[in-house]
Design a protein around this ligand. Structure first.
Ligand code: T4K
Length: 378
């Protein structure tokens, strides 16, 4: 095989889908004309109601980012003690527990979905457990039925980190409607973004007031502060971008699906590269494309592939390495011991996110796959 040409410009793991700048400028003109920039203005109200309909959520609240949304979700339930969670996630999932004075208890993951292994969940419940915080990693849904039945049996809350799941459905049900509450991230690296931003969706309408008071310092009217809230508001520019993104998200997801199918076709015959297929009961969003590397078969470790691809100007990412349980702030917790988390340790050492975003061309995917094949053969 010939040495593939390097990309002239770096190819990153992701790039944000961007609404037409003319429409963005028109939105900015609109916002400027009102001189209302934040604190739940017109754009915020319009985005909230359109998004709620789009996600078919019984209730929805917007926030300045996903981390703050998750933090306030934990606050809203007045959780205490221990929360069972996954180590295979972005640091924010564990950090929100720390910020709520809660102790993370790490549960190993399933080798196929990379989500919490529900067969291990029950053994981690103690009298101090008040919630389970699973993540639907990379948009693949958790085993929501089993998680809910365990939560019901022990009377604990289920808070889903659905940061990667915009638009995902399970058996026709929007993913945000499982558990007590679900968090979506609208960070620039997500398939649907508001530059920075986040939302919570939830069944119990009583939560709305509590969440929205906490999001705005606890203000009830001009003179009364009824809870010690924080500043978690989404501003008008973020909300305006969200409105424009709603017009382009379907096309972005369809484009990523096409590129995903091409990746699968091209990589299926390369030994030692594994990837997940679509699940029949799931509407996927094709947020990212993740492979795992079997060093014996592929001839290079994940780290070697990552380093070699860089030389061709291809910037993959090791999401999620290191595991949260290996971060200095959590590694001394009893549940963080590597022998408790063998599957998560293995996946984290071998996983790699390849570039996937709507702006990539089919030729780019071919060139990335040619490069992977070249690395495997030589
Ligand atoms: N839970 C989970 C499971 C999450 O994955 C996240 C966030 C959260 C909770 C928290 O939600 P937020 O509070 O963020 O809403 C990124 C993101 O910052 C983070 O939002 C995301 N997960 C995580 C998986 O990825 P980094 O440090 O890897 O991002 P960075 O800056 O290295 O960007 C990655 C690539 O994206 C760049 O190489 C190029 C591209 N990029 C990035 C930015 C910021 C762009 O093309 N344009 C941009 O503006 O964390």
């Amino acid at each position: 095989m010939q040495l593939p040409n390097s990309f002239k410009e770096p190819v990153y793991v992701t790039r944000p889908a961007l609404p037409d700048p003319k429409e963005v400028y028109a939105k900015i003109d609109e916002i400027w004309s009102t001189q209302w920039l934040t604190n739940i203005g017109q754009q915020h109200r319009a985005f909230e109601s359109k998004l709620q309909a789009y996600l078919r959520a019984p209730n929805l609240s917007l926030f300045c980012n996903g981390t703050m949304a998750l933090q306030l979700a934990c606050q809203a339930f007045r959780l205490s003690g221990e929360v069972i969670t996954t180590p295979f996630t972005f640091a924010a999932t564990s950090h929100v527990l720390y910020w709520n004075n809660l102790k993370p208890v790490f549960c190993d993951i399933d080798p196929h979905t990379f989500n919490i292994d529900t067969s291990r969940l029950e053994s981690l419940i103690t009298p101090h457990t008040t919630a389970i915080l699973p993540v639907h990693v990379f948009g693949y849904p958790c085993d929501t039925d089993t998680i809910q039945s365990i939560a019901d049996r022990y009377g604990v809350r289920v808070i889903y980190d659905a940061a990667h799941c915009f638009g995902v459905e399970v058996d026709g049900q929007p993913i945000g409607n499982f558990g007590d509450i679900a968090m979506f991230s609208f960070h620039a690296t997500k398939i649907f973004h508001t530059i920075e931003g986040g939302a919570l969706t939830y069944k119990d309408s009583v939560l709305k007031e509590r969440l929205e008071l906490s999001r705005n310092f606890g203000f009830m009217g001009e003179e009364q502060i009824v809870v010690p809230g924080i500043n978690g508001k989404m501003n008008e520019i973020q909300a305006a971008i969200g409105l424009l993104m709603l017009d382009i998200i379907k096309a972005e997801s369809a484009r990523r699906k096409k590129l995903t199918l091409l990746y699968r076709e091209r990589l299926q015959d390369i030994p030692g590269i594994e990837f997940r297929q679509d699940l029949p009961h799931v509407k996927h969003n094709y947020y990212n494309f993740v492979v795992t590397i079997d060093k014996t078969e592929f001839g290079n470790s994940r780290n070697q592939l990552y380093d070699k691809l860089k030389k061709f100007n291809i910037f993959t990412r090791k999401y999620f390495y290191p595991l949260c349980s290996q971060l200095q702030c959590y590694r001394n917790l009893p549940s963080a011991a590597p022998e408790n988390l063998p599957v998560a340790e293995h996946i984290s050492q071998n996983v790699l996110s390849l570039p996937l975003f709507g702006g990539l061309q089919e030729d780019d995917i071919h060139r990335i796959c040619d490069t992977i094949q070249y690395i495997q053969e030589f």
